[in-house]
Ligand binder design. Sequence first.
Ligand SMILES: Nc1nc2c(ncn2[C@@H]2O[C@H](COP(=O)(O)OP(=O)(O)OP(=O)(O)O)[C@@H](O)[C@H]2O)c(=O)[nH]1
Ligand SMILES: [Mg+2]
Ligand SMILES: [Zn+2]
Length: 347
Amino acid sequence: MTDTLTVPAALTRLGWTEADADRAGATTRPGRVVVHHGTVCEVLIPADDGTLTPHTAPLAPHVPVTPVAGDWVELGGDGRVHAVAPRRAVLTRAGAAGHGRQILAANIDTVLVVVPLAGGLSATMVERLSVMAWDSGAQPVLVLTKSDTTDDAGTEDAASAELLSPGVPVIPVSVRTGDGLDTLRAHLGSGTTAVMLGPSGAGKTSLLNALEGTDEAVADLGRAGGRHTTTTRRLHLLTSGGVLLDIPGIRSLEVAAGQEAVDDVFTDIAGLAAHCRYADCGHDGDGGCAVEDAARTGALPETRLTTWRKLQGEIAYRRRREDPAEMADMRRQWKAVSKQARRSGRR
Ligand SMILES: Nc1nc2c(ncn2[C@@H]2O[C@H](COP(=O)(O)OP(=O)(O)OP(=O)(O)O)[C@@H](O)[C@H]2O)c(=O)[nH]1
Ligand SMILES: [Mg+2]
Ligand SMILES: [Zn+2]
């Protein structure tokens, strides 16, 4: 924040891009949501002199959506939020039953998938979080934290992770040694909005503090897991020019994604599937299955197929839950089947 920024520069500082301009329209001079709690938003707005001014804005009553960190909003003359701009890439998680998806961060360019190396690299965590990241429409970057807990600064784990999540840059980092921080900064330049996605205790907030020299609360050393240290979703302006959203840790069950995102991560299985006998092969006992053949010979790691199958099951489950027509079909089918079963039971 300096006094010399022009209004467009102040907007750029907030991460405003041409893609946002396309969506929000050229006439608006929006503010950006830093954090939303209850009925008010903390918003940063470009002031006339080009500086950024923090403002606490209540929601006007007619606003149809709840703003989230990263949203661009239009403030009325009354200082309230009157509209939320249409969102580009959004990070979402599976909500509780019947609640659809919850938006965790809006208008993002990059998802930092934050996975700790302490205690060993979890392939499943890399795969599942990468799927969720691809599903946002933003570019994933895999950040392997706590590289100081390995013998080789995370080099070997980084090589394994590249195979687990093709097409994704992998950066081992440590806030203890400073390893990888400059490489990470290079991904967080001006005009980039990034969000950190990872389990609780992965070291997301520690990373923010190390990048910025800030003092946001992090978990005490050795504290038992299970509780989130970060409890809000908040946007931070970085000295590297970009914008970084720190959010509470994600649980594995909250990972929600579509088939396309799964194919982005499981390119090996998608590639093999082209050689299955049936175009709609389920890779689950169907004849002439190239995927299962590869798993048998070891060309495809068995664990990879296991995670892929679990994700397929979750996608199907969620589709049933989210698609009322399909759900109604299932209920009808269930009723018919159970009626049949009762009848044959009486006979
Ligand atoms: N050895 C080592 N420990 C680290 C490193 N980074 C973070 N930690 C420790 O990991 C613990 C958790 O860090 P946090 O930054 O609070 O984790 P978080 O991902 O923000 O967790 P939530 O806010 O709950 O989602 C803290 O005790 C940190 O000291 C690192 O590079 N090396
Ligand atoms: Mg945190
Ligand atoms: Zn198959």
